[in-house]
Design a protein around this ligand. Sequence first.
Ligand code: PLP
Length: 304
Amino acid sequence: MEPTRFAAGAAYIGGQFVPIDEAKIPVTDWGFTRSDAVYDVVHVFRHGFFRLDDHLDRFMASMAARRLKPKESREEIEAILHRCVGLAGLENAYVAMVALRGRPRVAGSRRPQDCDNHLVAYAIPWIDVIPKDVQERGAHLWIASTPRVPDASVDPTVKNYQWSDLTSGLFEAHDHGFDTAVLCDADGFVTEGPGFNIFMVRNGKVMTPDRGSLHGITRKSVLELCAEMGIEARICAIPRASLEGADEAFAATTAGGVMPISRIGSAILSNDRPGPISLALKAAYWRKHEEGWHRTEVRALDPA
Ligand code: PLP
């Protein structure tokens, strides 16, 4: 074992563990040519996975929805994730599992059934989808004009890489000098952003969209925290105008946690700072991490 080879991250691909920079897929893999893949991301905080079972449950459901069947079992996938983190020696990590359609066994076949599905997993150093300094001042959120792809076309509860609409939203946001974006559906209801669920607070009540969104595991954590903290929270339809009239807002994701927002388009929230309910939820989210909430200790590496 040479841990330093894995210092930038460790990956599992083709049944082998390799340094992250050596993990490559063929250009003819449908995972690449068609975004025909599903994935999940779990984080490791101070050597412990957070809600690992929830992430594995969702990953298994995403694979089933897209009829992806890599050869590894759930137990094997779990062991692979532990080993990627162990090899990389990371205290805090972004840990991804991806199931790809692969390449057809039959040359030229257009049948997904003819492809050899496969699993890729990797652990790399922690990522915040909104940088920490931006989280501190509150992110500036742009409401994109690009509509979110309809749920009936691409099921947003199946975690996928079909990000054209979300990426267009990011371009719009950056072109207007904003940090990130949220997309509405074609009927003008708020959905989600590039890599996060969105929450708004109005008159002390917390709300998150009921459509066009991944059933985020951070979203679930936030709803649990609201219940514990006596904050009224619901999953409901949120028209664009309602978000624009929010008292507070925050984004929620595995790669960053609870991330306050201080501007939405031309609206300035909470004196241009993160709002009090957002900050209380953010603090509780991290305090409970320190207390071992939903924690699975990363297993030590087997002796080589
Ligand atoms: N929505 C999208 C499109 C995402 O990509 C993500 C996470 O990557 C989320 C929401 C948040 O989900 P979770 O809290 O499970 O990380």
